[in-house]
Design a protein. Structure first.
Length: 127
């Protein structure tokens, strides 16, 4: 079900787009974890280092394209841009799916994944 982005996830994305490390960190639980680029980043100190270097440091911006609620979790599909190394990326927009789990008003987990269409998904007939 597509929904409007609100609450801690809206604050998180606003803080990322403002390059505000402290505001980003305020959205995470102390024992949160992030999976970005197939790397597990666990705990608030490690997440802060990742945010400082790879989000704020690389001036990453997130342009939300779709928000889906799925059994209490929120999936945000968005175009990413910034000053990170794009040399190994395909041309065009970088669309990432962000899988958020929130408990007690804080992000407890975030997985950021560059997905591809699946031949098994609705509307795809396959090879």
């Amino acid at each position: 079900m597509t929904i409007e982005l609100t609450g801690v996830i809206a604050r998180h994305i606003d803080a990322v787009n403002a390059f505000d490390t402290d505001a980003i960190m305020a959205t995470f639980a102390e024992d949160a974890y992030v999976n970005d680029n197939r790397r597990e980043i666990a705990g608030i100190d490690a997440i802060r280092r990742w945010v400082e270097k790879e989000m704020v440091g690389d001036k990453v911006t997130i342009d939300v394209r779709e928000v889906v609620e799925h059994y209490g979790d929120i999936i945000v599909r968005a175009a990413y841009d910034g000053e990170y190394d794009k040399s190994k990326l395909p041309p065009g927009e970088l669309i990432m799916s962000n899988y958020f789990s929130v408990r007690d008003g804080k992000i407890v987990s975030l997985a950021v994944i560059r997905n591809q269409p699946s031949e098994y998904s609705q509307g795809n007939k396959g090879p």
